[in-house]
Ligand binder design. Sequence first.
Ligand SMILES: [Ca+2]
Length: 225
Amino acid sequence: MLWVKKSIFMICSGLFIFWLVCLINLEGSPFCTRSAKAGVFATQNVDLTTTINSYLNFTISSGGSINLGSVNADIPACNASGTVLVVSTNADNGYKITPTDGSDTNSALKHSDNVTYIQDMVASLDVPDIWVTGSTKGLGTTLWSGAQREEAWSVGGVPLNACSPDSTKWAGVPANDTAVSGHAVTGYIANPDETYWGWKLEVANTQKSGEYAGLVTFTVVAVLI
Ligand SMILES: [Ca+2]
C-alpha cells in the first residue's frame, strides 16, 4: 500500500505546483484554464458641457439694385429676376426676414421733389394678395421662390419668375419689422436659405411724373430659444 500512498502524494504535489505556476504568471497558457485575474479598480465620470454661440450671415447675392424702368399709368412694371437673399444661421429656432421702408402707407419710392411718394400696395406681408392689373396700385414685393416659401405667397402654380402671371401674391413694404415678417423659418436649418423677392409697380394717371428712388431695407433676425 506504500506505493499507493506515494502515488497519491506525487499526484497531489504535481497538481499543487501546476496551480501555483498558473497563479503566478501563466495566464493565457493553454495549460492553464483559469481566467484572467480580476483587477481592483474604480471609476469617476467627467461631466462635459458647452454652449455653441449663434451665428448669422446675410447677403444679397443678386438684385441689390432694381430699376423698374419708365412706367405708364395703369400698366404694371415688374422686375422678373428680383432680389436674391441668402441667410446662413445656426439659430436653433430659425430666423425671420422682413423688408422695411419706414412707412406703412408710402413706398420707398420718393420723388425728386423730396415730398411726393408712390404708395405701398395695399396688402400686408402676412396676408399678401393677388395683383389685379389696372386696379392694384403702388409698389409691391413678393416672395416668389424659395425652398421654404410660405404658402401665403402662392396662388397655386409654380412661378417661373416674379412676374409670371397669376403665380404669386404681393404685399406692400411695412414701416418696420416689429409686426409681421415676410418670411420665417421656424426651425434649425443646416444649409443657407435662399429667398427670391420680386418687385412690381403700378400707378394711377394722377401720380406725379418724374424720377423716384428709395431704399428698402431687409432685416434678418435669428430666432433663439
Ligand atoms: Ca411702406
